[in-house]
Write a protein that binds this ligand. Structure first.
Ligand code: 8IG
Length: 267
């Protein structure tokens, strides 16, 4: 086996296509915390495998992160790959396992990558818990980057404007916001939350930004959606716990599933 992350993704894509019996995929969706139950609305399941059946994936670490890959056929006849759970930078396996799903999906043909997450809301004045926000841009404060070497990828339109327009055709009232990515696994201090607001952030989380960068490097279009599950630390009320995140996900799963399904069918 190879140490080259791109070759590893090519190997994983070959193994994936063989394991699920699908020759090529059109779109990949990464379901973050709280989004996994929404996956059932995307299409008919063709096959589902644990990520650990493929080379390059880290074993799942967090409760509620299933660590499985589902191949589905959408109503519009597209082949979709759904990642039920993701690897986070805070797990300590380095940056390559974090973006391996996205790279594998692109090698398996996916030209569109949909990244979902649960996030803290930095604008409780206007955001509600359980609200989905379109990611318009990000601020990467993870200190990491999936790209090594002098590859100067343009990040002007990381989150493809055409895909954001398409979501607003489905859901005209949906807000847009800037996602601030931290390494975690701690939530922010109240001072860091205030900093993020001053910097122009609207949501804060521990995922998505690195995967979006890897997807753009790979030439895929990116759609990002955050499910706001708590106000950022110190803005209002109590700190959150992971169980509450999953509960918000369960409560909003049908709505989020319908949204994603409509968007995928319009691709
Ligand atoms: I859900 O408030 C969720 N994930 N960094 N901060 C960070 N990640 C999160 C938060 C939050 N809420």
């Amino acid at each position: 086996m190879t140490n080259d992350p791109y070759a590893l993704a090519t190997d994983a894509a070959t193994a994936l296509k063989g394991a699920v019996g699908v020759g090529s995929f059109d779109v990949a969706l990464v379901m973050g915390s709280g989004w996994v139950p929404a996956a059932d609305a995307i299409g008919e399941t063709i096959a589902e495998i644990p990520v650990t059946d493929l080379p390059g994936f880290a074993p799942p670490a967090v409760a509620g992160h299933a660590g499985r890959i589902r191949a589905v056929r959408t109503e519009s006849g597209k082949n979709a790959l759904i990642f039920l759970g993701r690897t986070h930078l805070y797990e300590g396996h380095g940056v390559n396992p974090v973006v391996h799903g996205v790279r594998t999906a692109i090698r398996a043909g996916a030209g569109t990558v949909v990244l979902t997450n649960a996030a803290g809301g930095l604008r409780p004045e206007t955001q509600e818990v359980g609200e989905a926000v379109l990611i318009s841009d990000h601020i990467n404060l993870t200190g990491a980057n999936p790209i090594t070497g002098a590859t100067f990828v343009d990040l002007t339109d990381v989150y493809t404007p055409r895909l954001r327009d398409l979501v607003r055709e489905v859901e005209p009232s949906m807000a847009e916001g800037v996602y601030v990515a931290f390494r975690g696994p701690t939530y922010e201090t109240p001072a860091e939350v205030r900093m993020c607001r001053i910097l122009g952030g609207d949501m804060v989380g521990m995922s998505t930004a690195l995967e979006a960068v890897a997807a753009r490097e790979g030439g895929a279009d990116v759609l990002g959606v955050s499910l706001v599950t708590n106000p950022g630390a110190g803005l209002v009320g109590e700190p959150l716990n992971h169980e509450e995140v999953l509960a918000v996900g369960r409560a909003t799963a049908t709505r989020m599933g319908v949204l994603l399904s409509k968007v995928v069918n319009k691709l």
